[in-house]
Structure formats: C-alpha cells, structure tokens
Design a protein around this ligand. Structure first.
Ligand code: GLA
Length: 686
C-alpha cells in the first residue's frame, strides 16, 4: 500500500467519533423539524425514515422558542416524545443545542443582543440567527439553555452526536456593535500586547490613524473612504475566533453532562467565507459540512468536488460527515435550479468518494410554511409518489451496499493550498483589481486538476506536504514566512510547485513584501516583478504558445527561471508569462496571468505529467460526452474505485473486482452507464 492513504494530516481528530457513528455502515440522515407538524405526522415520518434507511436524525436545531417558551420555563414534552419515538425505531439522534435562533421574548427583553451592520443599522428578528456573537447577554441565555438540554438528554440512549447551534456565522459572523467593539479590543490587546505594536502592524502612520489607547479602536464600521485593510483583516480573524469561542463554551457544558461526540455543521461552500475553519477543525470531534450546489457559479459541479476535498483536508484526511445537502432545489438562490434524475445520487456519492462516511439532508419533510417552504426535502410536498422520494429510497439502499467503504482514505498525489485569511486579504478593498477574486482563482486551479482527472488534497498553507508530488498554490495573496518556507522545502526536496499570480504579496499583517512581487515566492520561482498591469473587463492577452489570458498581467523579469511562454501582446508584451525554475531537486512554475480554462488545463496537464502525479480519471470525458470523476479510497487491506459519470454516454474504466452498487463482477473493465456511479472493490491494488 502506498503512503498516500495516510498523507493528509493537520486536524486533531483521530477518526474515533466518526468510526463509532459508522459502526453500522455509512450514515444516512437528515434534519427533522417535527415542531412544524402535528403528532400524527411524526409517526408516519418515522415509518418512512425506516423505509428510506435513515439512521441519524438532527432535531432541536431551531427548537429554542418551543422548549423555553418563557424565560426559565421549559417544556420538554415534544422533544421527549420525539427522542423516544426515534429510539424505539432504532434511529439515532443528532441533537441540536437549540441556540441558533433566539426566541422573540429574548430579543424583546434584550434588544442589545441584536446584530449591527457596518453602518450602525440593526438587523431585527423575523429571520434567523439575530444575535451578536460577542453579546454577553445572548451568551448567558444560550448557555443556560444548553445546560438544560445537556442535563436532560446527555444520557439518552438515542443520542449519538451533539450538534452545536447551527451553521455558526451563516448570517451573523460580522457584527459591529458596542459589544463587538469591546471584545475586539480585548482580542487585539491579547494579540499585540501594546498599542505601539498594533500601530506598527496596522500601519496607522497612514492617513493619521495612530491610536493612543485601546478604547479608541472600533470595528471596521462604514467609512467615507477605503478603510484600513489590516484592521479589516484582524476583524475577520477576531470574528472567526469570537464564534469559535461560543462553540467552545457550549461544548464545555455538553461535556460536563455527556460523553457523546460534539460537532457543528461547517459551511464549506462557495458563498460563505467568514470563518477560518483551519482553526476550528481541530476542536471538532468529527468534521461535518453542509454543501449546496451554487448555480451562481460558473461551474457548480467541480466546486462541489472542491468543497468535499477541502472538508476532508479539514478532517486531516479522516472520514467526515456531510451534514446537509439538498435532494433537489434550494430556496435562496436567484433561480433555484432543481436536480435532474440521478444528479442527487451523483452529488451524494461525489462526497462519499472524497471521504464522507455519511450523507444527510436538509431536511426530512418539506415545510408548508416559513421562509424555506420551497426548499426541497427527502419527503417532498408531493409525498412518496414522487421522483425525489424514489431516488431517496434508492440512495439509502446504495449506501447500505457501500458499508465497507467506511473508514477508508482518499488517495491523492497533488496538494492544493487554501487559506481563509488569504481570502480575506486578497478580496479586501485595497487591491490591484476588483476583478481578481481569491475563490475564482482557487476554483480555476482546482477545476483544471479536476478536468484532468487528478485527485486533490486541500492543505492548509504551512501544512505537511510530505509524500505529495505536486503542490498547487493559487493566488495566495497573504503568505506567512513559514508557509512560503514549507513550499520552498518541498520543492528543494524534489517536489513540483505551480504558483499562480497574486501570491506571496503581503505578510500576515497585510504589509507588502518589498523588493518585487511575488514577494514570498520570488527566490523559489526565480522571478521578480516590478509592476502589476491588470486588464480591464473584456480585455484579453495572447501568449507566445497561443494561450489566452485575462484580468491580470505583470512585468516579470527572470532571475534564475526559464521562460516557458511570454506575453505576445498587451501591456507587457514580450515579457515572461509562464516560467519554470529549477530549485534544489525540484521545479517551481509561475503563472503570471489568469489563463483561460482550457489553457490552464493544458498547462496543468504538462505539470502533472512532469511531476509524475497520477490522474486516474484522465481522458474519460470524451468517451462519456461529459465529465467523469474517478477517485480511489483505500485502507491497508482494501481499495475502492469510485467512478462518477456525469456524461451522456456510458464509459468503460479498467477495473477488476466486485462492483458494489450493482453487485456485478467487473472482469477487467467496469461499465458505468451515463449519469450513474459505480464503486469497485478492487482485487488488485494499484
Ligand atoms: C442551511 C441551514 C438549514 C437550511 C439550509 C437551506 O444549510 O443549516 O437550516 O436553512 O441551509 O439550504
């Protein structure tokens, strides 16, 4: 067995909590909101859950106003009955602490808990999550509720997992009120110890911003001009930490009363960026993620694969849990696109192929009322006589047949660095071009690898790169010294690196690295740029190898690098656009522009090949008339080949062994019909 299976490291989980959950097989579950329904519906629900194979149900996610209808007055009747009913039917409970949305009585009595926007306006109750993460009053009431819930249910036999709050920071991550200002000051004092250090780190010599006392510092509220970018960056860090602190506070109470594992649902998904999950993940007993296909993106399908790979990275390569996804449409995008037949299964098994040992949905039964009444569910408005229900039941059976996959690890030869703080810094108001957005560049690099059939491990900058053949570093605008050093050491030891423009520009205080771009990577790459020449929307440039690029060009001079391609036209015509530098025993590539997708893909193909990285899915798209994902999950004693055919024609993939979805043998080849997934337990390990 290669070392690949154990390469990804970084989080504290040892896999034990997830392994306990999957002792009976891959988890199949959902959010369930019985408070929206009469009791006679509950019985039907539980019977249908059993029919579908659902075995983990999240309840009390938005339960606060039901279980504490008046301050200090508790009504457990509904929750008692639901937990007992689920338990009697052998369905385990993923129990919400219920603190996600405070009841109206709390915000009426204590309007100071409400969140405030940068312009000082308040956001009111009527939606959800209307609380300031730094509000001591909210915290006190929330923890009092957690104490009650933990005491009552901490030893309940149905309890399998604690679900702290819900999607912490989905709406309220950044709050600018007085409570936040006070907490921000405490956080800054701990970080900088003296106001002089803070002035130096924030560059307050600029525009007369020098602070004389902590009390003068505010959150980055709305300003007339561009605000201080270092202040904004620290406010992001602080806000992520403030919610993590809330998570810790709830968890500490749960642990006093219960030995069940604790987690919360992350939002590794395209439009959410306010929490640095690299700092959160080590505190979870297991990593759980919510993912929704986002049709506002150019390529939602490869984004799903990226999110799954990133979630596995957060789990340190261990198995993780898909806590929420939609069976079909969501309700919160401009146009809520429904899934086509088979798509829900492909999406689900993409997550499984990339390390999820469980698939859960929001939600069990489609709501009749409320903001999400048109969000899909496992049991749609139409009831069981529906295509969605049929696919839900079929997926349950498929997951059953994949039981033995649980606990195996995903193989990948290529690492891609991803950083939330680089995202915050790159997309700040003080930038070269508003058209250069961090996530677009990450997605572009990932998509090129995905389309070349390469499996990717997403790694925290500075994380362990041992054993990978190639590290891809897309637009890592903020790069810490140690992060650059880790890439340098990897290349020096014989690895390959592919670094794209807008990397290494600033340090952790958001101060520009002097002496030329791309600052932190200049020596490794053997290049030095003295000026960036962004392109206007609609402009493009051509490269000497015929490639087309947009958005960004720069005036690159090589120091030790060789030129792979030059700009043939545009503001820096004749200058290097793609370079390659021998460094130690390895090679470092630099791409000084945003290549169009096909051209980036062609470059990635070359680099992957030269690095000797495997590409198990290469070349299948033409056969399928669409994309085909091929991912391998392994353990020391077994290997599974996942093939996900998004195309319109069948594909044949070399494989030998039992195919688990159909239970047919693959004798040298597995046929994967258009739109379906096949998983082969391989007889001969690669
Ligand atoms: C999130 C929330 C759920 C629900 C879904 C809808 O994931 O956690 O409560 O609102 O979004 O897509």
């Amino acid at each position: 067995m290669s070392q690949q299976a154990t390469r990804e490291r970084g989080a504290a989980q040892d896999g034990a909590a997830m392994a306990t959950l999957t002792a009976r097989g891959l988890v199949y579950g959902c959010d369930y909101n019985p408070e929206q329904w009469d009791r006679d519906v509950w019985r039907e629900d539980v019977a249908l859950m059993r029919e579908a194979g659902v075995d983990l149900v999240a309840v009390n996610i938005f339960g606060w106003s039901h279980i504490e209808p008046e301050p200090g007055v508790y009504d457990w009747s509904g929750l008692d009955e639901i937990l007992d009913l689920l338990h009697a039917n052998d369905i385990r409970v993923n129990l919400g602490t219920g603190t996600s949305s405070p009841p109206p009585w709390l915000s009426t009595r204590h309007p100071e808990i409400l969140p405030e926007q940068p312009d000082g306006t308040t956001r009111f109750p009527g939606g959800r999550q209307a609380w300031c993460p730094s509000s001591p009053v909210y915290r006190e009431h929330a923890l009092r509720l957690v104490e009650q819930v933990a005491r009552r249910y901490g030893g309940h036999p149905a309890l399998a997992l604690w679900h702290v709050s819900n999607e912490l920071g989905c709406h309220n991550a950044l709050c600018y009120d007085e409570d936040s200002a006070a907490a921000f000051r405490v956080w800054l004092e701990a970080r900088y110890t003296s106001i002089a250090n803070l002035n130096a780190a924030w560059g307050t010599a600029f525009w007369s911003q020098r602070y004389g006392a902590w009390s003068e510092i505010l959150p980055p509220r709305a300003t007339l001009s561009i605000g201080n970018p270092a202040q904004a960056l620290d406010f992001h860090r602080f806000s992520s930490d403030a919610l993590l602190d809330h998570y810790r506070a709830e968890t500490a109470i749960l642990r006093e009363h219960s030995s069940a594992p604790v987690t919360t649902n992350f939002m590794v998904t395209a439009h959410i960026r306010n929490l640095d999950y690299w700092t959160w993940a080590p505190e979870m007993d297991l990593v759980a993620n919510d993912h929704y296909l986002d049709h506002r993106l150019a390529d939602p399908v490869s984004e799903l694969a990226f999110a799954a790979d990133l979630t596995r990275g957060l789990a340190g390569g261990q198995a993780w849990l898909l806590m929420e996804q939609a069976t079909s449409a969501v309700n919160w995008q401009p146009v809520n696109v429904a899934k086509t037949p088979g798509q829900m299964t492909r999406n689900s098994l993409t997550h499984v192929a990339r390390g999820a040992d469980g698939v859960c949905f929001f939600q069990w039964r489609a709501s009749r009322q409320g903001a999400e009444k048109f969000h899909s569910a496992m049991l749609p408005h139409a009831g069981t006589d529906s295509a969605v229900w049929e696919e839900v039941v079929e997926l349950g059976a498929t997951l059953d047949r994949l039981t033995e996959v649980a606990g195996t690890r995903v193989q990948a030869d290529v690492a891609l660095l991803f950083s939330w703080e680089a995202w915050w810094a790159a997309d700040s108001e003080a930038r070269f071009s508003g058209d250069v957005r961090y996530l677009d560049q990450v997605h572009a690099a990932y998509r090129a690898l995905y389309d070349e059939g390469v499996s990717v491990a997403v790694v925290r900058p500075g994380g362990d790169l041992t054993g990978y053949r190639l590290v891809v570093v897309p637009s890592l605008h903020l790069t810490r010294d140690a992060e650059a050093a880790a890439v340098e050491a990897f290349v020096a030891a014989g690895g390959h690196a592919l670094i794209t423009f807008n990397s290494g520009i600033v340090d952790e205080t958001d101060s520009v690295r002097l002496g030329g771009y791309p600052g932190a990577f200049r020596d490794l790459l053997g290049v030095r740029s003295d000026e960036i020449f962004p392109l206007l929307p609609g402009q493009s440039v051509t490269l000497s190898d015929g490639a087309t690029a947009r958005t960004w060009t720069e005036h690159v001079r090589t120091t030790t690098a060789q030129v792979h391609a030059t700009f043939a036209d545009g503001p820096v015509a004749g200058g290097p656009a793609i370079t390659r530098n021998a460094h130690g025993a390895g090679t470092a590539w630099y791409v000084a522009t945003a290549l169009d997708a096909d051209d980036l893909r062609a470059l990635v193909r070359d680099v992957v090949e030269q690095a000797g990285a495997s590409a198990p899915g290469a070349g299948l798209a033409a056969q399928a008339g669409g994309r085909v994902e091929v991912v391998r999950r392994t353990a020391p004693d077994r290997a599974y080949l996942f093939v996900i055919n998004h195309g319109t024609s069948d594909v044949e993939v070399p494989a030998r062994g039992l195919e688990l979805v159909t239970q047919d043998r693959a004798d040298g080849v597995v046929v994967v019909p258009a739109g379906t997934v096949r998983v082969v337990r391989e007889e001969t390990q690669p």
